[in-house]
Design a protein around this ligand. Structure first.
Ligand code: BJ8
Length: 432
């Protein structure tokens, strides 16, 4: 990586502390990612993006800001990227995925807060994340209680706009979300000085749909019986989608898909024949949280799909491109975004339907239900999900684990036992 110290200094970063973070990341990435065998060639692009995660992309954001452009940080897949892009701003996902930031988060939040919220707040207050430092505005949303309260604290450090997300999906909730999108448009217009028009919103809707289609194409390759890419790599690509330049990301991901589709034609797989196909469902995995996937894939399993916000919830369902007036476009955005099934909604039966559908589409053998510690909504929703999966005869295991690697051995032991059970089930099915 080139020398970006001057840039980081200009962003008021704590350089000494940031150095500690920069020191550990390459080795961590090398152990988890570069140690994989038979990776697709096109993964080199994503390796490069990670190697420059606090460098080149931040330089691009700063060049944009130098021309009076704005950068807007987000934490949730309900916030419409289309609006940010239409106003000529750059959107970046900000969720923290490392325990490096948790102690700083704990300075202002209760210890029994989920690691994602603690790390996100800690990244800002420790001034060690250049993405936070480059943002002119961050957008929170009223999803879980931890996040709602965190916005009030973050607002002391950086301007925060909170979108009031309804938690039911009735007609009046859809109207309310349209209204919230309108208020968000007003705020973004005021800060950028650019109007969101039918024209630029239509272009943005097409662009973000294209990004979704590239991710959908990537995920479709994972439905193959010969898996051309590891789950770890697919997760990394989803995580990068949250902050990379959208046009470049679409081009690179489609190039990767060309290679993956050729691999499928040539029967090239990154996993041993018969590895249990695992679907992961639950809380999002913000970069660099690769822990669960790494444990699964070094314990004999292969992750084929993520029903998470760093998975299918991010890209499934497109915004209707046929609507022409601003009113119609806002309705189309509300319709698409309220189709996401987060556990903060009640009831949330759509998520259960999604899990069962995706399990079948990806020919999974079992489900790993992942929750971060202290995430009440996802942990509580497990009961309803498990009941439904039991009825369908789908094996499921719940794994609650945070960012620290302390419990990695224990998680591995449980997963190995689960995979053995899946293997026994398979053999029994063959002999029946
Ligand atoms: S749409 S999952 S991105 S809210 S893990 S902070 S829920 S205590 S992240 Fe999320 Fe939007 Fe929902 Fe997706 Fe709270 Fe749970 Fe922590 Fe969470």
């Amino acid at each position: 990586m080139a020398d970006y110290r001057e840039m980081w200094k200009s962003l008021d970063m704590d350089l000494e502390k940031h150095d500690q973070l920069c020191k550990v990341l390459p080795e961590f990435y090398g152990d988890i990612y570069l140690s994989q065998e038979n990776r697709p060639e096109a993964m080199n692009y994503y390796n490069f993006v990670v190697s420059e995660v606090h460098g080149l992309r931040i330089k691009e954001l700063e060049e944009h800001r130098a021309k009076d452009g704005k950068v807007i940080g987000t934490f949730c897949v309900y916030v419409p990227d289309e609006v940010i892009n239409a106003a000529g701003a750059i959107g970046v996902g900000l969720c923290g995925g490392s325990d490096f930031w948790e102690p700083d988060g704990e300075k202002v939040l209760p210890r029994n807060t989920c690691p994602l919220v603690k790390a996100s707040v800690g990244a800002k207050i420790s001034a060690t994340c250049p993405y936070f430092q480059s943002c002119d505005l961050i957008v929170g949303e009223t999803t879980c209680d931890a996040k709602k309260k965190a916005w009030e604290i973050l607002n002391d450090y950086i301007p925060v706009h909170v979108m009031d997300l309804p938690q039911m999906k009735r007609e009046k909730d859809n109207l309310h979300w349209q209204d919230e999108i309108k208020i968000f448009i007003d705020r973004v217009e005021a800060m950028t000085g650019n109007n969101v028009t039918e024209g630029n919103l239509a272009e943005s809707i097409k662009l973000i749909n294209k990004k979704r289609k590239a991710l959908e194409r990537l995920y479709n390759t994972r439905k193959s019986h010969k898996l051309p890419i590891s789950g770890k790599d697919a997760l990394l690509i989803s995580q990068i989608a949250f902050y990379d330049d959208p046009e470049r990301f679409i081009k690179q991901t489609n190039e990767l898909c060309d290679e993956l589709e050729k691999r499928i034609e040539s029967d090239i797989s990154v996993f041993k024949e018969g590895a249990p196909r695992i679907m992961v469902t639950g809380t999002p995995m913000a970069i660099p949280n690769w822990k669960l996937h790494h444990i699964i894939e070094t314990s004999g399993g292969a992750v084929v799909c993520e029903e998470t916000c760093t998975g299918t919830r991010y890209f499934e369902n497109f915004v209707d491109e046929n609507d022409t007036t601003l009113e119609e476009q806002m309705k189309a955005l509300a319709d698409r975004y309220l189709n996401i099934n987060c556990a903060c909604f009640t009831p949330n039966t759509g998520r259960i339907d999604d899990i069962v559908r995706l399990y079948r589409e990806y020919s999974a053998d079992g489900v790993v239900y992942f929750t971060l510690p202290f995430c009440q909504t996802y942990a509580t929703e497990f009961k309803k999900v498990k009941e439904a999966l039991d009825r369908e005869g789908i094996p499921v295991i719940m794994v609650e684990t945070g960012y620290s690697l302390q419990d990695a051995g224990q998680v591995k032991t449980r997963l190995e036992a689960f995979f053995e059970m899946l293997e026994t089930n398979k053999q029994a099915a063959v002999t029946e």
